[in-house]
Design a protein around this ligand. Structure first.
Ligand code: GLP
Length: 243
């Protein structure tokens, strides 16, 4: 055990480089890895750095499977706010991942049943090899909002006011942020063989310490990372502080 492996770096650029090196190493060791891909601002430099490694022939992600982490509900397929669209622009496109190597979350039909089937499919694939995650301002992972149990399945969720406020940075205003979403469950996420959490900026200072050093429980879903088997956290100085 021993808890997460913590890597504190100087700034966001260094986080991107360290994060990309970490992901490239996992792909080298497990070329057919199932990889969960977060959106959000924090991993964007990491993905750009990884794409540069791919172009330079230093990383070959052609056999990985990319798994969607979360998605808003109620959007049309071409909506600018689609998190899948963001994943495509930032990760799938730049890394050249083919459509047949992407697993998307269910968004319609009988969502309850479709989410159960989704988790079964992940299990049938042998589970997740790597989850690349960011940290929500309230300690959420994906859209596993507080409170979330560590066994939580993939499911439909209502977004909290804090998350809607934070997501307004992406789309303009609070009114532009959908109120419901589907998230990969905390259960399958915490079972990933390897988890990489990236955390950047002063605004995450309190929550990253709370998640990694505070009590473990559903009120801070990311706190369950303290008990997961193989977790690396890359955090910049602005988020971690001088401690
Ligand atoms: C969002 C997303 C998460 C993301 C997190 C942090 O709400 N649901 O997948 O990791 O919040 O986002 P950011 O990196 O922009 O701070």
């Amino acid at each position: 055990m021993g808890g997460p492996n913590l890597i504190v770096v100087d700034d966001h650029d260094a986080l991107s480089g360290a994060g990309a090196a970490f992901v490239a190493d996992v792909i080298r060791e497990r070329p057919a890895a199932s990889v969960v891909v977060a959106t959000g601002r924090t991993p964007m430099g990491l993905y750009a750095d990884l794409a540069a490694r791919v172009r330079a022939g230093r990383c070959d992600p052609s056999r990985i499977t990319a798994i969607q982490l979360d998605e808003y509900l109620g959007l049309g397929p071409d909506d600018r706010r689609s998190l899948f669209g963001w994943m495509r622009r930032s990760f799938l496109g730049p890394l050249g991942i083919e459509d047949e190597r992407v697993v998307r979350l269910p968004l319609d039909g009988d969502l309850g049943q479709a989410c159960v089937a989704f988790d079964r499919e992940l299990e049938a694939r042998g589970g997740l090899d790597l989850a690349i995650l960011g940290l929500g301002p309230n300690g959420h992972l994906g859209f596993n909002e507080p409170p979330s149990e560590p066994s939580a399945h993939t499911r439909r969720v209502r977004l909290s006011p804090v998350t809607i406020e934070a997501n307004a940075r992406y789309w303009g205003s609070v009114a532009d942020v959908p109120t419901e979403a589907v998230t990969l469950g905390l259960g399958p996420l915490l079972s990933a063989r390897t988890i990489l959490l990236v955390v950047s900026g002063e605004a995450k200072h309190g929550i990253v310490h709370r998640a990694l050093e505070g009590p473990v429980g559903p009120e801070v879903p990311a706190s369950f990372l303290q008990d997961a088997p193989d977790v690396t956290v890359v955090v910049d100085r602005a988020a971690w502080g001088d401690a």
